[in-house]
Every structure is written in C-alpha cells, then in structure tokens.
Ligand binder design. Structure first.
Ligand code: FES
Length: 365
C-alpha cells in the first residue's frame, strides 16, 4: 500500500508532469497489486476466530494464520513444498493427464520431429531455452508499462505480441517433453501447462485491450498474466530442479576410474544384453564386431534400464521412449535423449570382464 501512496503523491504534485505521465498507467497496476497484497495480509493475520465477521469454518481457519513475515521461514518453505507435493500426489489429475500424454505420444512418435522438439540436435532439452523468450518479452513489456512512459507504449505492445508468438513453439517443446513423463512429473506438468496457458490467454487479452485503446485494462491483464506466468515458472523450476526432468540421469553417477571386475566373459554374447554393476553403477554389456562393449545402463533421458532394451544394427534401443545409442561409443542415433550414453572401457582378464569409465566421456561431464 505504501508504494501506491507514494505513486499517488508523485502523480498529484504539480510540476511533476513527466513523472505523472510515466506513472499514469503503472500506478493503476501498482495500486491493484498493493490492494491484493493488503487483502492477503489481512487474511493471513492471526485474529480471534470469527473476528472478521465471516462465518465459515474455512475463513475462520484462514484468520487464525500467522502473517508470513512472522512465520518461521522453514514453515513458509514447507507450505510451498506441501502445495507442490499435493499436486504430485493428486491422482485426480491423471484423469486428464494420462489420456493427454497418451495422445501426445501417439501424435509425436520417436523420429526427427520429436528429436527436433526435444533438443536432441542441441545436446540439451530445448524447452527451457525457449521459455526465456516469452518470459523475457512479457516481463520487459511490464517494465516499459511501469517506467517507459507514453513513448514506449508501442514497444510494450510489440513485446507482448512477440511473447505470444514465442509461446507457441515453447509450448510445443514442452508438450513433447511432457509426453515422456512419469506420473508425478505428469501431474505437475499439467498444472504448469494450465498456468502458462492462462498467462498466454491473459497477455493475449492484454494485447487485444491495448489495440482497442483500453490501455489500463490491458495493463491489468498483463499483471494478471505475470502472476500466472510466475506460478507456471515456479512449477517448471520444480519439474527440473526437484524432479530432475530434463537432467541427464547419469549426471551424478560415479563409475570406477580403475579397472573393476564386472561379469564373466562367457555371460556376454553378441545377440543379448547383459547387466552388471561396478561401484554401484549399472552397465549394459554385449558384443559388437567380436569385442565386448559396455555403456551406462541408465538411459540419459529418463533413466530407463537399457539392458531391458533391444539390439538393432549396432545400437541399443531404449525400452521406454525408443532413444537409440550406438554400441561403439554411446552417441545418439535417435532421441528423444539429448545426452549420449556414457561408455565404459573394457578389458578381459582370465575370463572376467573388467570395466572402467571411458576417459573422454567422464571428463566431458
Ligand atoms: S528413458 Fe526415455 S528414451 Fe530412454
């Protein structure tokens, strides 16, 4: 509320015409934000039950809460985690998420289009990279609304349009990734998509309002869109940093750097995939052109056990989403994986296969 008062005083002082112009519309947005913050603060303050005069038990429970500023930070952090955990564990969301992801998998089978959207050609998932464009464009537009003045209005509107255009390929890459998710990720991904679609709709409404000359309404739409965008971004961050979506599933493995006994040589044949564990790291082994070869058993994409996959033309096909890795060096023939399969060096001593991490791949990580 203090911000709104300061802005209001600034816009009222005679002689500050330039300041007034700059904050002409931004002040409306700030005022709405301040009112929303004040309402949130009122609802979150500890008060005797029923003091607000709002009679439902739910509202009384809200009135009992301690203000965020007086809470233990760990409690605040827990409430956010609880919120996301509830999304992760809401099987109700499966009713929508399961058929939708199945439709995505049918529409986007493994192949060049899927690889293009997944970022196989880039060596990293493409979706997080593209999200910078709509987020950056819409955030910059809000900045221009706030401090750019009348002369920046056209630029602000164009940035919103750029964000809308960029949101379409961004959504396409996100949908491609979402098709290959496990239940927890799938549920959070669904809510993430709903939040971002809401943001897209609100910024589209903002652009429409601005085109019709209703600038104040457009700014209000933008602010609401920024809120939805923030919620979507938070969940997107959770998908990556908490659930590891898009992270190379072998990134934290520590394969042995010294020769380590793995399996009897006779247990490795040309036509089958064998499994062994060295230093707690799984390896998938077979013979290729007469030589024993070994790759990390976890698929770099979503962690599938590659020894449950199939052999095809000197490569392993992942059993979950059909990424294909060359036996000779672990490089990708087909995505959606974006990182090669780490390779082991192999030697045979007295009928036993010994493995150690291949130097070039372990140092590349
Ligand atoms: S886990 Fe997805 S391609 Fe292997």
């Amino acid at each position: 509320m203090v911000v709104a008062v300061v802005v209001g005083l600034l816009t009222a002082v005679p002689g500050l015409a330039d300041v007034r112009r700059r904050f002409e519309h931004a002040s409306v947005g700030w005022l709405l934000l301040a009112i929303a913050a004040e309402l949130g603060s009122v609802l979150s303050y500890r008060r005797p039950a029923g003091q607000l005069g709002l009679g439902t038990p739910k509202v009384r429970a809200m009135a009992e809460r301690t203000p965020l500023s007086k809470r233990d930070p760990r409690e605040n952090q827990m409430s956010k985690q609880e919120f996301v955990t509830r999304i992760e564990q809401a099987p109700l969301l499966d009713r929508l998420a399961d058929p939708l992801t199945a439709a995505v998998r049918n529409a986007l089978p493994a192949g060049p289009l899927k690889d293009g959207l997944s970022g196989t050609w880039l060596g990293h998932p493409l979706h997080p990279l593209l999200t910078d464009v709509p987020i950056g464009a819409w955030t910059s537009s809000l900045m221009l609304d706030a401090v750019g003045g009348r002369e920046s209005r056209r630029a602000a509107d164009r940035l919103i349009a750029i964000g809308i255009l960029a949101a379409l390929p961004t959504a396409a890459t996100g949908i491609a990734d979402w098709g290959d998710t496990q239940p927890k990720e799938r549920r959070v991904g669904l809510v993430h998509a709903v939040a971002n679609t809401t943001a897209l709709a609100l910024f589209s409404g903002s652009l429409l309002a601005r085109r019709r000359g209703r600038r104040t309404r457009g700014i209000v739409f933008s602010l609401a869109g920024a809120g939805a965008l923030g919620a979507g971004g938070y969940l997107g961050g959770h998908l990556t940093f908490a659930l590891g979506l898009g992270v190379d599933r072998t990134a934290f493995a520590s394969p042995p750097t010294d020769w380590t006994d793995a399996i009897a040589e006779n247990d490795v044949s040309e036509s089958e995939l064998a499994h062994a564990t060295v230093n707690g790291v799984g390896a998938v082994l077979t013979r290729y052109e007469g030589e024993v070869v070994a790759l990390a058993d976890r698929c770099t994409h979503r962690g599938a056990p590659l020894h449950e996959g199939t052999l095809c033309d000197g490569a392993i096909v992942c059993p979950w989403h059909q990424s294909i890795f060359r036996l000779a060096d672990g490089t990708i023939v087909q995505g959606p994986a974006t990182r090669p399969a780490p390779r082991f060096e192999v030697r045979v001593r007295a009928g036993r296969v010994e493995l150690r991490a291949a130097r070039q791949l372990s140092s590349a990580r």
